[in-house]
Design a protein around this ligand. Structure first.
Ligand SMILES: *Cc1c(COP(=O)(O)O)cnc(C)c1O
Length: 430
């Protein structure tokens, strides 16, 4: 199929990147369960290794099933290319790797997935990288945090766990003025609800583990490149603009133009970091993308209904859902994610920590798991789990204090979910 820009989202989520299998005519994308690919001859092999010809060499780098998923996600996000990898956390490292070096830093939002706060506060220090966490609602603070060694700005469009909405356009303008890329984690929003590239983001990362797969079967990640950033405009990004010693002095930007970041991600990132997505995982995620818009519409419809109901419940102190008029982020929904504020939010219980624990234990339809974006409704007490490694101050800044639970609203019957929440809240008491 010609993936022309004239097709709508519902068409692209099924067809983008896919073609009937040339060998068999198979209509569904086959799972190419192979490690290697036979070269036509020695010249062909050399041309592939020199990146003079695009083709398949070895599945750590490229695989036809994974390639279909890469093209599909890139198309849905409006990017020029994408690289899939083994998890969302792998995608974050893959996105930062070409930009960073020892002594360089990133500026990131305080409102992030707990695992990302940990990765950025501790683990990246081993590479000599640093992260400065800033409240992204304070644009002056973001500007002030950027210095000569800053190489990227990082935030979540709809932030885990509170469902807070970032003013992507405003932060993109700040990054632009500083000559550095904005990286958006679009996991919680998905390209159906939010299109960060249209709002000025350079790169988009995903945990495909979540809504893109949508059924809780496999972990995966993806880095999408907008193709709009000029890596040669300043001397901050030598891996892309200067001769790359890890690839016999190839200049990626000069050679591949707006595909430089994607080619670097495969030729250096996957080759040397090895955070590869396997073709089985790509298959499950491809199946998920086919119904993405249908699921997201239902996720949002259910979340709006349930958040409004929860807000009125006696046992509830606060619901953070940005789709509620009471949310300070409500006015950003139209601007950032016009099809809805997602299906992820936190609920603060009047009964505090004890009530949270009782509620989690009493729920029957909701599963108590460390995941989100499943068709199933999920709940977790973030402070004792996903945000456990954070300090009390970091937990509050992230919206994951001890008296809140995080809900990921699924696509079940909303009335059944409300009934389940009601019985659990009544058991949890005030
Ligand atoms: C889950 C998640 C991640 C990490 O992804 P994994 O696939 O679990 O590695 C990153 N960001 C957000 C917003 C997430 O929800």
């Amino acid at each position: 199929m010609n993936d022309g820009p004239t097709y709508g989202f519902d068409t692209l989520q099924i067809h983008a990147g896919a073609h009937p299998d040339p060998a068999t005519g198979a209509r569904q994308t086959p799972i190419y369960q192979t490690t290697a690919y036979v070269f036509r001859d020695a010249e062909h092999a050399a041309a592939l290794f020199n990146l003079q010809e695009v083709g398949f060499i070895y599945s750590r780098l490229t695989n036809p099933t994974v390639a279909v998923l890469q093209e599909r996600i890139a198309t849905l996000e409006g990017g020029v290319g994408a690289v899939c990898c083994s998890s969302g956390h792998a995608a974050q490292i893959m996105a930062l790797f070409p930009l960073m070096g020892p002594g360089k830093n990133i500026v990131a939002s305080t409102r992030l997935y707990g695992g990302t706060v940990t990765q950025f506060s501790h683990t990246i220090k081993r590479f000599g990288w640093e992260c400065k966490f800033v409240d992204f609602d304070d644009l002056d603070a973001v500007k002030a945090a950027i210095d000569d060694d800053t190489r990227a700005v990082f935030g979540e469009a709809i932030a885990n766990p509170g469902g807070y909405i970032m003013d992507v356009r405003a932060i993109a303008d700040v990054a632009d003025d500083a000559g550095i890329p904005l990286i958006i984690d679009n996991t919680s929003a998905t390209p159906f609800l939010c299109r960060p590239i249209e709002l000025g983001a350079t790169l988009v990362v995903h945990s495909t583990t979540k809504y893109l797969t949508g059924n809780g079967t496999v972990t995966g990640g993806c880095v999408v490149d907008s193709g709009t950033f000029d890596w040669s405009a300043n001397d901050k990004f030598p891996s892309l603009s200067q001769p790359e010693p890890a690839y016999h002095g190839l200049k990626f930007h000069e050679t591949f133009g707006n595909l430089a970041f994607t080619f670097h991600g495969i030729a250096i990132g996957l080759r040397d970091l090895g955070m590869t997505m396997n073709p089985q995982a790509a298959h499950y995620t491809l199946m998920g993308t086919e119904t993405l818009s249908l699921r997201m519409e239902r996720h949002v419809e259910n979340a709006e209904k349930i958040a409004a109901w929860l807000e009125k419940h006696d046992a509830v102190e606060e619901v953070t859902y940005a789709g509620l008029k009471s949310s300070p982020y409500f006015k950003r929904v139209k601007k950032v994610c016009p099809r809805g504020a997602g299906a992820l939010f936190t609920v603060r219980l009047k009964g505090g920590y004890d009530a949270c624990v009782k509620m989690v234990n009493a729920l029957e339809i909701f599963s108590h798991v460390a995941n989100l974006g499943d068709a199933r409704s999920l709940i977790i007490h973030s402070a004792s789990t996903t945000h456990r490694q954070l300090t009390a101050e970091q937990q509050e800044a992230a919206g994951a204090g001890p008296s809140v639970v995080r809900l990921s609203i699924g696509t079940e019957d909303a009335d059944d979910l409300i009934e389940d929440l009601d019985q659990a809240l009544n058991k949890a008491g005030k």
